[in-house]
Design a protein. Structure first.
Length: 723
């Protein structure tokens, strides 16, 4: 067993060094011994479109079955191959030992043949394990698709940018208001929109997706992304290969910004030309002197002076050289994977202008990103030798690290300034693929119409993506005809909450009033008010990121979100609940003032049960002042409350469009039963349910609210009975 473990570990090490993917092809053949296994790696685009026309759940189930079967086949083959390798090496050692004992030539021949068979089996086993790893990951990728459809948050992995994992929601480019919006609307974190869009595998892809969800894009940019998302949506194979290569990167590049900062700095060695000259002359002189002593031309080991000089340089400026190399040092596989991703994406026959633009970024200025990253990967293999146990003598004799840094500086001079652009393009492609997966998983969702009042005309606009095989036109529902334009900031038909399972999600027609007015949502407890506000906010974030929305139709003008929904007090900071509410509302007001000053986007506020940390009379006054001030700044939005007295404030009633949710109670043999249909209705709420809820869970509702008019004697009797 120890021998088997040693062989497996050695094979894994060789696989890590040899690991590389064959470029995608229509089909390719893998030879396994005498067996020919044919792999249909890539389907035609028409086959993919036909396949994804079926229910997404069936597509994922079929792909899981296919990849699971191949995974199991390679797993069995891997075990057989491992056992064969053990037998071959054991037999070779036995024959070699017998030959040493008996000196029989036939035993030597047998040992050599068996040893050669072991080498062949060993290399073959590495290839089998690569295929096993591929199909294992492909199975996991499609199994996660089923988890997304079920909204199985507990088992669906949450991938976040490395800086978010270290300090959640605190990356440098995320402001206080953005963090509040993300917390209120479930944009980031567990069971969030980010969690649902969990397909990016590289750190730059994860960071780009996060930024898109937090920062709205201009309508023109959003429309371009929609066309790209629509083209990528039916391409399951391409999206799976994109995710696969990222996941097989191994240890993630924890801080790609560190690499980019290194790439964009000026080369280090040109300012120290003497060191490079010394690194070239000193090893050569040492070699010549050592050769002269071997040839008998001199008796003294003068060449040792070169070794001593190498030691002195290594222990002094050599440490600075190592630090400079460490700035870029990653596993060789990281840059090799980037090269494969760039090559795969650069070779696709995309039709959408946004996808073509990103392809152009990967080949701008006559520099191909895939070739330059592959070149950097080979250089990092030379840098990785510094970790070898026998490296130090080589360093003393050759000043190896100086030569490696010289090669890295040459790469930096040629391609360093382009690295950020390449990784940014990769991040955008991964983010587009994540939104495309969402569109694939929910074929009933629509692409929103993003209206730009400054530039849109009354002409009919549509976006088409042509499939090379079928020339299939994908209609994005961009119906900007003259009859479609409305004054509302948001108009949606059958709008639902995107994080709810489609089986339980209830859609509603929702309109957010033009600037200066707002939507007042009333209803009893648990009727769906907060869910509606989050549905609005999440779909706005999706729409302005360029993705599909959980609605049959949605029209949206440029908005900036500001929310106050999940307010938390803080014992540590000495902030009461009411003060926390006021601080959150101050953020919303500040955002409205900034939006009004800039005049580019309308502020869309979403306020849930505002100021319920204080008494009713003061709440009415404060709510009226805040809402009317927001409206005076040209903001609009939605306010939810179960306090029906807010609707009695004349100024608020005049500026609001009122809608409400309601419930139904039935009393049967099992007691009181409450049902919600979660359907939005016009007008103010006509019912409350607090007392009914108290009765349902067994609280003394009548006595608590004083509905029983006990006398003072009765109250004393009750008090005495408890005592």
């Amino acid at each position: 067993m120890k021998l088997l473990g040693l062989i497996c570990n050695l094979q894994s090490a060789i696989c890590n060094l040899q690991f590389a993917f064959t470029p995608p092809a229509k089909s390719r053949t893998m030879r396994l011994g005498s067996t020919m296994v044919r792999e249909n790696v890539v389907m035609s685009q028409s086959e993919q479109a036909n396949r994804t026309a079926r229910k997404p759940e069936l597509v994922y189930q079929q792909r899981c079955a296919e990849f699971g079967a191949r995974r199991d086949w390679y797993n069995r083959h891997s075990y057989r191959n491992a056992n064969l390798s053990v037998v071959l090496i054991a037999a070779a050692l036995l024959c070699g030992g017998l030959w040493l004992w008996r000196a029989t030539p036939a035993l030597l021949v047998a040992a050599v043949v068996l040893g050669a068979g072991f080498v062949v089996s060993f290399i073959h086993h590495g290839r089998v394990d690569q295929a096993l790893q591929r199909y294992t990951e492909l199975f996991v990728i499609n199994d996660e698709g089923l988890m997304r459809l079920r909204r199985d948050w507990a088992n669906l992995p949450l991938r976040q940018p490395p800086e978010d994992e270290r300090d959640t929601l605190e990356p440098s480019n995320v402001g206080t208001l953005q963090r509040a919006n993300a917390f209120d609307l479930d944009l980031l974190g567990h069971a969030s929109l980010q969690h649902l869009l969990n397909t990016p595998a590289t750190p730059v892809g994860l960071a780009t997706l996060r930024d898109w969800l937090l920062a709205p894009a201009a309508p023109r940019v959003g429309r371009a992304r929609q066309a790209a998302v629509a083209e990528l949506a039916p391409l399951n194979e391409l999206r799976d290969r994109l995710a696969l290569r990222g996941r097989l990167m191994g240890a993630a590049q924890v801080d790609y910004e560190r690499f980019l900062r290194w790439a964009e700095r000026a080369p280090w060695l040109p300012a120290r030309g003497w060191l490079l000259l010394l690194a070239r002359v000193l090893p050569l002189a040492t070699l010549l002197l050592a050769g002269a002593q071997v040839a008998g031309l001199m008796n003294l080991p003068i060449w040792l002076g070169g070794i001593i000089a190498g030691l002195a340089l290594t222990q002094t400026i050599g440490r600075a050289v190592d630090r400079e190399i460490d700035e870029v040092a990653e596993r060789q596989q990281v840059f090799a994977t980037y090269a494969e991703l760039f090559q795969m994406l650069g070779s696709q026959p995309f039709g959408a202008l946004e996808l073509r633009r990103l392809q152009g970024e990967l080949a701008a200025a006559e520099l191909r990103a895939d070739r330059q990253m592959r070149r950097l990967s080979r250089l990092m293999a030379l840098a990785d030798l510094r970790g070898w146990m026998f490296f130090y003598p080589i360093q003393l004799a050759t000043l190896w690290n100086v030569h490696v840094l010289w090669l890295l500086d040459r790469w930096r001079s040629t391609a360093g300034s382009s690295a950020r652009r390449w990784l940014a393009a990769l991040g955008e492609l991964e983010a587009l693929a994540a939104l495309a997966t969402l569109a694939h998983d929910h074929p009933g969702w629509a692409f929103p119409e993003l209206i730009d009042p400054a530039t849109d005309t009354k002409e009919h606009e549509s976006v088409q993506v042509e499939d090379q095989a079928d020339r299939v036109a994908i209609n994005l529902n961009l119906r900007a005809s003259s009859s479609d334009f409305v004054d509302h900031i948001l108009d949606a038909h059958n709008l639902g909450h995107p994080l709810l399972s489609p089986d339980v999600c209830v859609g509603n027609d929702v309109s957010i009033a033009p600037p200066g007015r707002f939507l007042l949502v009333t209803g009893s407890n648990m009727s769906g008010k907060s869910t509606l506000l989050r549905a609005i906010g999440l779909n706005v974030a999706l729409a302005q990121a360029g993705g599909p929305v959980c609605a049959a139709l949605l029209q949206l003008r440029p908005v900036a979100l500001a929310t106050s929904m999940r307010v938390q007090d803080s014992l540590e900071q000495g902030v009461s609940y009411f003060m926390a509410e006021l601080q959150r509302l101050k953020q919303v007001v500040d955002a409205a003032e900034q939006a009004h000053a800039r005049g580019q986007r309308t502020l869309l506020f979403l306020l849930d049960e505002m100021l319920h940390g204080t008494n009713t009379s003061e709440r009415q006054i404060a709510a009226r002042r805040i809402i009317l001030y927001l409206l005076s700044l040209g903001a609009t939005g939605a306010v939810s409350t179960h306090d029906l007295t807010l609707a009695d404030v004349p100024e608020l009633a005049a500026a609001s469009e009122m809608v409400h949710f309601t419930e139904e109670f039935t009393r049967g043999a099992g007691g009181l039963v409450m049902r919600f249909d979660y359907r939005l209705r016009p007008g103010i709420a006509t019912s409350t349910n607090a007392l009914m809820l108290m009765e349902m869970i067994g609280l003394p509702a009548e006595e608590t609210v004083g509905m029983r008019q006990e006398t003072g004697d009765t109250r004393r009797e009750i008090r005495d009975s408890y005592l």
